[in-house]
Design a binder for this molecule. Structure first.
Ligand SMILES: Cc1cc2nc3c(=O)[nH]c(=O)nc-3n(C[C@H](O)[C@H](O)[C@H](O)COP(=O)(O)OP(=O)(O)OC[C@H]3O[C@@H](n4cnc5c(N)ncnc54)[C@H](O)[C@@H]3O)c2cc1C
Length: 421
């Protein structure tokens, strides 16, 4: 029987802020809070380096967010050797026609995203925070219980009791902070199932190293991906909305194997390929619905706050971005010692004012995937129109597109060009 948690228990450790989880969200938040006079603690159930089941695609926004947290952090990342640059995305429509969208981000010289194993990326992020003297790290500590009161938060791991003024839930898709402190529930319409398998010797990549999203009819609304990695390896996977998996009783593992072995577009590319692991699965909490992501003495960030892009399945950029926004909010809270529900509601407002437009737009695109013919049509039209391609580039490459989207001159510039073939 689990020992009941009591606010009267004597904590072994006392902090200003406790961050549960040292993934990209937790590390980004700790990085932004470090050096500001707070006593910070990160509690992580694993140790580093550790794997995280993922497609490993770091969008241009990830690079952008690292620079925004600290240009030094962005630079450190640019020096990492274990990453493979990609310069765009190849979309393969249900009718097998493909559309290539190139990234052109003038802010960064290599103008691209990267594919990098989470084993390496998360280790990189963790290393960045492990030297800060005001960030106390507890690895191999799984948070098993937590409670809040008017004046504190108390947490229990298998080994210790901790207390803090505020807790940040950065503990991913199965967040205990979310489970214990909110009424948010998993809703299958807003949650996806994902599979990943590393391979070597997959062939047929384009020279530009595009990451490939294959939208085949019987896996819509979802997609099969092939992302090229370093060392002749690739990250292969399949993701699909959980409500559809349940409704159509789809066995995702069988579907993945079936595509690799039998789909005419890809089977020849796997002729000499070798799987490097068994198929692994994990959940993706999608940001297609607004949910409370704070309350009395707590904030949720990253997957714990359900912020994954519903169309692309990307969540690393959102995780880092929400970690940064949470840190800014916290620093304001510490100025006036405010950690209550009303004050923290400002964090929810900030998150959704920054992210809702793009999440909503992606949800709309995800819905389009239910109609393969419409999707084929969009791809066919886009293949012929440089203006539409440049619009897609802008959307996929630039996360701050809200302002531009609401500005009529943005459309005028794009669609009045002569190259609108
Ligand atoms: C199959 C799949 C493919 C994906 N592909 C991509 C992709 O290509 N690109 C992309 O951008 N996103 C992708 N995502 C989404 C991405 O993985 C997440 O959005 C991202 O990892 C969120 O970061 P996070 O820091 O919020 O959570 P996580 O990375 O999950 O980190 C949470 C941390 O909390 C720790 N933790 C959990 N519970 C506890 C506890 N009780 N006590 C202490 N510590 C705890 C965990 O060990 C972990 O280290 C994919 C997801 C899946 C499942």
């Amino acid at each position: 029987m689990e020992e009941p948690l009591s606010l009267n228990d004597k904590p072994n450790e006392s902090y200003d802020v406790i961050i549960v989880g040292a993934g990209p969200a937790g590390c980004a938040c700790a990085y932004k809070l470090a050096g500001k006079g707070l006593k910070i603690c990160i509690i992580e159930k694993d140790t580093f380096p550790r794997d995280k089941i993922c497609g490993d695609a770091l969008s241009p926004d990830v690079v952008n967010q690292l620079h925004r947290i600290d240009p030094k952090l962005g630079k450190q990342f640019q020096q990492m050797a274990t990453r493979k640059a990609y310069h765009g995305i190849r979309f393969i429509a249900p009718n097998s026609k493909h559309l290539d969208i190139d990234f052109i981000n003038p802010q960064f010289k290599d103008a691209s995203g990267f594919v990098m194993k989470r084993l390496d990326f998360d280790h990189f992020m963790f290393n960045q925070i492990s030297n800060f003297s005001d960030v106390n790290i507890f690895l191999n500590h799984k948070v098993e219980g937590l409670e809040t009161s008017d004046d504190k938060v108390i947490l229990k791991t298998g080994k210790k009791y901790f207390t803090a003024k505020i807790v940040i839930g950065a503990d991913g898709a199965n967040s205990i902070v979310n489970k214990k402190l909110t009424n948010n529930k998993v809703e299958k319409n807003h949650f996806s199932a994902g599979l990943r398998q590393y391979y070597e010797n997959v062939t047929g990549f384009d020279d530009k190293g595009y990451i490939e999203l294959h939208f085949y009819k019987d896996i819509l609304p979802g997609y099969f991906w092939i992302f090229p990695l370093d060392n002749n390896q690739a990250n292969i996977g399949l993701g699909m909305l959980s409500s559809e998996v349940s409704k159509r009783k789809i066995n995702l593992r069988k579907r993945l194997a079936d595509i690799i072995q039998n789909h005419p577009n890809v089977k020849h590319r796997f002729k000499d390929a070798k799987p490097l692991e068994s198929v692994k699965g994990f959940g993706l909490p999608m940001g297609s619905k607004k949910r409370p992501c704070s309350g009395n003495r707590f904030l949720l960030i990253g997957d714990a706050a359900s912020l994954i892009d519903p169309f692309s399945g990307e969540g690393i950029g959102m995780a880092i971005r929400s970690g940064r926004i949470a840190a800014d909010h916290l620093l304001k809270g510490f100025e006036t010692e405010k950690f209550d529900t009303k004050f923290n509601a400002q964090y929810d407002q900030k998150i959704y004012s920054k992210m809702w437009f793009e999440l909503y737009f992606s949800h709309w695109l995800q819905k389009l995937l239910k109609y393969p013919k419409t999707f084929n049509l969009v791809i066919n039209i886009a293949r012929k129109s440089k203006s539409i391609q440049s619009l897609f580039t802008f959307i996929l490459d630039n996360r701050d597109f809200k302002k531009s989207f609401l500005n009529p001159s943005f459309y005028f510039k794009r669609f009045s060009r002569k190259n609108n073939a």
